[in-house]
Design a protein around this ligand. Structure first.
Ligand code: COA
Length: 260
């Protein structure tokens, strides 16, 4: 077993499963630039590491992730393809080995959109999902403006991405965002069993199957991500986002009434 631990992300490989654990519970596992960099490197490394057959994402007890670190967004609003977040966003859709996720607690922003790229995803009964991009003066990311309409239909996608209201695990299952809902205390173990079952499959057939399943959508996803990044970059420095981020830091409701 090899283990690489960096601040706030624990990465380990055991029995052919690479586990990427977000571990910053005091900030609800908000993903900083350093965390994105570590996760991007791990996913890229998994492609050529023969000791890895499956990649598994998980959070900590009661929390998957609260999404992008909003302080990082305010200080360094860079999400270009060479930025840590950009590298991660590029690496996951192009991962060559199956990617699975165990969702515990809150899965905000990229915590939900990451699941759209996972081959298998399971969530705790108490998990909550949220795509509050518009609420923050932003636009959807990680290909979600393409993948969500494909998965859940355009009406549901508009509801999730425009109204930006949280939803529960049963709704996530009904929309096709996760495979199944599992008891809170069992979700990580259950997902690990699925990851191990994938790791026991013939690896070449598995990789080729993943490639075939993605064959028609990958170019479209990458193309939509480029458009999203353009809009996202623009909106990150907008007065609307500044009001949303400041309101979050000041623990108050944002006021968008003054914007046209
Ligand atoms: N970025 C930076 N810091 C974050 C964060 C984020 N995305 N989410 C939570 N934190 C920090 C809080 O600022 C707080 O820090 P403090 O203790 O120094 O004040 C700490 O984590 C705990 O968060 P808190 O809001 O008190 O926890 P909660 O259980 O009441 O609420 C959330 C949890 C996830 C619902 C809430 O924190 C939240 O809405 N976070 C922002 C989510 C978001 O908009 N993400 C971006 C999506 S693009």
């Amino acid at each position: 077993m090899t283990t690489t631990t960096c601040e706030h992300v624990d990465i380990s490989v055991d029995a052919k499963v690479m586990r990427i654990k977000l571990n910053r519970p005091d900030k609800k596992n908000a993903i900083s630039r350093a965390m994105y960099a570590a996760m991007a490197d791990a996913v890229v490394a998994s492609n050529t590491d023969s000791s890895v057959r499956v990649v598994m994402f998980e959070g900590t007890e009661g929390c998957f992730t609260s999404g992008n670190d909003l302080k990082d967004f305010m200080v360094e609003p860079d999400i270009g393809t060479e930025s840590p977040a950009g590298r991660f966003l590029g690496a996951v859709p192009q991962a060559q080995k199956p990617v699975v996720a165990a969702v515990t607690g809150m899965a905000v922003g990229i915590g939900t959109t990451l699941l759209l790229h996972c081959d298998l995803a399971y969530a705790a009964k108490s998990a909550k999902f949220h795509t509050p991009f518009v609420n923050l003066g932003l636009v959807p990311e990680f290909g979600s403006s393409y993948l969500l309409p494909q998965l859940a239909g355009p009406r549901r996608a508009s509801e999730l991405l425009m109204l930006g209201q949280p939803f529960d695990a049963e709704h996530a299952k009904a929309l096709g965002i996760i495979n199944d809902v599992v008891a809170d205390e069992k979700v990580v173990e259950f997902t690990l069993e699925k990851a191990q079952a994938l790791a026991a499959q013939p690896p070449s057939a598995l990789r080729r199957t993943k490639e075939l399943l993605r064959r028609h959508s990958l170019d479209a996803i990458m193309d939509q991500m480029k458009a999203e990044v353009d809009h996202f970059g623009h909106s990150l420095t907008s007065p609307e986002a500044a009001e949303a981020f400041t309101a979050f830091m000041e623990k108050r409701k944002p006021d968008f009434s003054k914007f046209d």
